[in-house]
Design a protein around this ligand. Structure first.
Ligand code: UD1
Ligand code: CA
Length: 459
């Protein structure tokens, strides 16, 4: 029977090379902190107990993860090395024997499948420790995997402590491991800081385990990108680009058309239906779901929205809203949080909608602001309509009933109700309710003064 799996994620380091106010593990890739990806990967292998070792600006890390269930935090007050970091999690590791995955907060490209394989090898071979390694073109900065003439894994040596010959080795330590908990705890007690950095290195636990008679192995991961460690902004961009390609490839495999690999940014939890087309400059973020046969972009940003089928969105920004089937949005529209746009609605150019419900078939074609309103079906908004929802102190809500016609350049001063089928004359400033089927007109009558220009004496 397989043992319980626990994960320890090391995220206490300063991340000096990021030159940032934020701890390194909170730097984002396609809208989520790096740490989020590592947690997701460990959850994929069925790991329910996760411990994050925090230190440098640890409060920020705890705050960022406050909505993620099942995380234990431990503090590493001084960053004395990766081995020392794992020691801080001893209490978490103790108890019923388990397999412990040790991962880093700065390797966001690790995937569930890779950890799955690491665990498999570890459990099948009955290893006391399995180091995940990979072969890279340029091993600079990584610990090197040293093997004997027979190819058996001996130990991992840090670049700074490596000999000239060892530095040429292209098999590197990914910084990810699987340990049997008992072996790990025993070895941690034995490691010292006698090395070039004066740190307690986690890789040093490996030879201690072997000395105690435990089996150790380095399992090679074929895809070296998986272990990319992010230490500076350049590597953050590289990791982003790899993640972006992965997600975009998945979308295409699922039946979505993309016009650009580089200029399409889709967050990992976004879902998109078949035959939807993404134009360049599209950003799809958060918990966004898009239906089938939609055309999105160019240059559009959609965050936390649910979008139906056959929807067109051009050059627009949509936040935290629901858009139903056959809607057209944009170009240059702004749909703000709390909006529900009904089926077959048109939200045209330079239209802003905020916290409003728009009924089926309504047309809001140009230059209009609809804020805090309940809008019925088949209404026509003339160009330049404004819902005057804010009196400088409070927001007010208005209701516009089905089939109303709002003339161009109308102000609807909220709260106000426009009855079913009512007609508002162009240029009106409506301050009181308009009954159903009535004409609401609220503007000064036009006066023409004959020959006024000549009398004025100049032309
Ligand atoms: C480490 C490994 C190296 C491996 C590489 C892979 C050691 C000594 N070296 O090097 O063999 O090739 O990862 O990316 O383990 N951390 C703490 N507390 C500390 C020190 C580090 O929590 O006291 C955390 C960091 O926040 C980071 C992770 O551990 O998330 C790795 O530390 P880092 O300093 O980046 O190690 P590397 O030099 O990359
Ligand atoms: Ca690193």
């Amino acid at each position: 029977m397989n043992r319980k799996v626990k994960t320890v994620i090391l995220a206490a380091g300063m991340g000096t090379r990021m030159k940032s106010e934020k701890p390194k593990c909170l730097h984002e890739i396609l809208g989520y902190p790096m740490l989020h990806y590592i947690i997701e990967a460990s959850k994929k292998v069925g790991c329910e107990e996760i411990c994050v070792v925090i230190g440098h600006k640890g409060e920020m890390v705890m705050e960022a993860l406050q909505d993620t269930p099942g995380i234990t935090f431990v503090q590493q007050k001084e960053q004395l090395g990766t081995g020392h970091a794992v020691m801080q999690a001893s209490k978490f590791i103790e108890g019923e024997p388990s397999d412990v995955l040790v991962l880093c907060g700065d390797t966001p490209l690790v995937q569930g499948e890779v950890l799955e394989r690491l665990l498999q090898v570890h459990q099948m071979e009955k290893n006391a420790v399995t180091v995940l390694s990979t072969i890279v073109e340029n091993p600079t900065g990584y610990g090197r995997i040293v093997r004997d003439a027979g190819g058996n894994f001996l130990y991992s040596v840090e670049q700074r402590d490596a000999t000239e010959a060892q530095r040429k080795i292209q098999e590197v330590n990914s910084g990810m491991y699987c340990f049997q908990s008992e072996a790990l705890l025993e070895a941690l007690a034995k490691i010292d800081n006698q090395n070039s950095q004066g740190e307690y290195y986690l890789p040093d636990a490996v030879p201690k385990i072997m000395e105690a008679g435990g089996r150790a192995e380095a399992a090679i991961c074929e895809d070296s990108a998986v272990i990319l460690g992010v230490n500076d902004r350049m590597q953050l961009l590289e990791a982003t680009q790899i993640m972006q390609k992965r997600i975009n490839r998945r979308l295409m495999a699922e039946g979505v058309t993309l016009l650009s690999m580089e200029n399409t940014y889709v967050s990992p939890h976004v879902r998109i239906g078949r035959d939807t087309v993404l134009y360049p400059g599209t950003f799809l973020e958060g918990n966004t779901h898009i239906g089938e046969h939609c055309v999105i972009g160019p240059n559009s940003r959609i965050v936390d929205c649910t979008i139906g089928d056959h929807v067109t969105i051009q050059n627009s920004t949509l936040l935290d809203s629901t858009i139903q089937d056959f809607v057209n949005v944009g170009p240059f529209a702004y749909v703000r949080p709390g909006s529900v746009i009904g089926p077959s609605v048109k939200v045209g150019d330079f239209v802003e909608i905020k916290n409003s419900v728009i009924g089926e078939g309504t047309k809001i074609s140009h230059l209009t602001y609809v804020g805090d309103a309940d809008v019925g079906k088949n209404i026509n908004f003339g160009c330049g309509t404004v819902l005057v929802n804010y009196d400088g102190k409070e927001k007010h809500r208005s209701v516009i009933e089905d089939h109303a016609f709002i003339g161009c350049n109308t102000n609807l001063v909220s709260p106000v109700r426009v009855g079913e089928g009512a007609f508002i004359a162009a240029g009106s400033t409506i301050t009181s309710d308009v009954p159903p089927d009535a004409l609401g007109i609220a503007r000064a009558r036009q006066v023409n003064k004959e020959d006024w220009v000549q009398k004025r004496g100049k032309r």
